[in-house]
Design a protein. Sequence first.
Length: 482
Amino acid sequence: MFLGIDIGTSGVKAVVLDEHGAVVGQGTAALTVQRSHPLWSEQDPEAWWQATTAAVRAIDPAVRRAVRGIGLAGQMHGATLLGADDQVLRPGILWNDGRSHAECAELEAKAPDLHRIAGNLAMPGFTAPKLLWVAHHEPETFAKIRTVLLPKDYVRLRMTGEKASDVSDAAGTLWLDVERREWSDDILAATGLTRAQMPRAVEGTAQTGRLRAEVAEAWGIDQVPVAGGGGDNAAGAAGVGVVKDGDALLSLGTSGVIFAATKEFRPNPAGAVHAFCHCLPGVWHQMSVHLSAAACIDWVARLTGTPGAAELFARAESVGPASGPEIFLPYLSGERTPHNDAEVRGAFLGLDHDTSPERLAQAVLEGVAFALADGLSVLRDAGTELSQLSVIGGGARSSYWGQTLAAALNVELVYLKGGEVGPALGAARLAQLAVDGGSPEEVCAPPPISHTIAPDAALAERFAPKIARFRDSYSRITPRNR
Ligand SMILES: Nc1ncnc2c1ncn2[C@@H]1O[C@H](COP(=O)(O)OP(=O)(O)O)[C@@H](O)[C@H]1O
Ligand SMILES: O=C(CO)[C@@H](O)[C@H](O)COP(=O)(O)O
């Protein structure tokens, strides 16, 4: 059996798969995000470790004892800064933190080959500009940095004592030469760092040490090998069989992502398209990233006094799609694709005397879907054609949202068994490849389909004027145009 652990933003998910890919055990533990200043978004690395331990220990002890390998997936880009003796120097700066806007311009100027080597625009969520921010604003901390890790790689260090990162996650730092799948000394130098401060860059299917004796004992698992794993989107892709050119997925986690596997490195920074390594050797991917997807569901649930996501979807369904004039712009943490605008914030437009919590809930579902449609159009402009998306992440639990999404995106959505914990599934499959070998396409074949949702043409027609108003509204609310 193989254990996959996903350090998500809203919580850690741990899943055990048997050798045939069936889920035989699961555990979860929640995480919170700290936002102590406007634009900031942080988590304490110790909280990742405590939640990982809790999620693993929630799995049946007999299942844990049968685990032969562990894989890691996690929220990407988070800057985890370690000093001498590997002590954590400050809270982790997350993927949806927008403070390093000025440093992005500085990095673009200092590293003229950035787009060719790293394949991406400098955006505040990425790790490299955050390190420039620390150098400018917290120079004493910067001087102490011995190692920079990503969230799942910090958990790996606690599990194994090894400093390693798989190339799909490492690509999200902007310090990786994405085509060559190794660190770029030039881009590191542009942020005042060297390769000695980076973990070893490995493929997601490589072994990166074994569980330390004390962790093995506390978790009730043998001292098994730990696989490189993947950034959560790439690991999610491995979990639902999105592994070859043309395969694509929609992730509905805290963030929203459209991910398309590519057979070669295909950078296209225009429109803030991301181009990174896949977690499987010899494969890359493009993605559009939207900073607040299911995060908006939780936010509007809190705003309307609704107990949770399931109840929020029920409230939206009670009024139905395209039922009111309300438009929601889901930029609660700013936006990456297509606007690359860390400072824009969300908005409701078109409120009237009949606006109700139910109609606000429905507008939020639609606003996230319309933002994803913006992302899909820039991916299409970048040459990626897709007609079908496999759905992963917590938002995959709602078929009602799926109807809105399929119509707004005009694609068929495919829901696979276990897709709601896709990154953890993929991490477990990467562990299997690291321990037993085998063909990535066979081990990472799609799980059985639970259902599909085809785009409803009549609903798409009703959405069309709302989508046009949505697109028109960004330029009116961004601080860039004030
Ligand atoms: N029944 C449900 N239907 C739709 N979405 C849900 C449901 N339950 C939880 N969610 C959403 O799932 C999200 C968490 O998804 P997840 O993929 O675990 O995110 P992350 O990896 O960012 O932690 C929550 O923000 C919540 O809005
Ligand atoms: O920043 C990105 C991808 O570039 C995000 O997709 C993060 O990787 C967080 O993922 P979730 O917690 O939403 O799964």
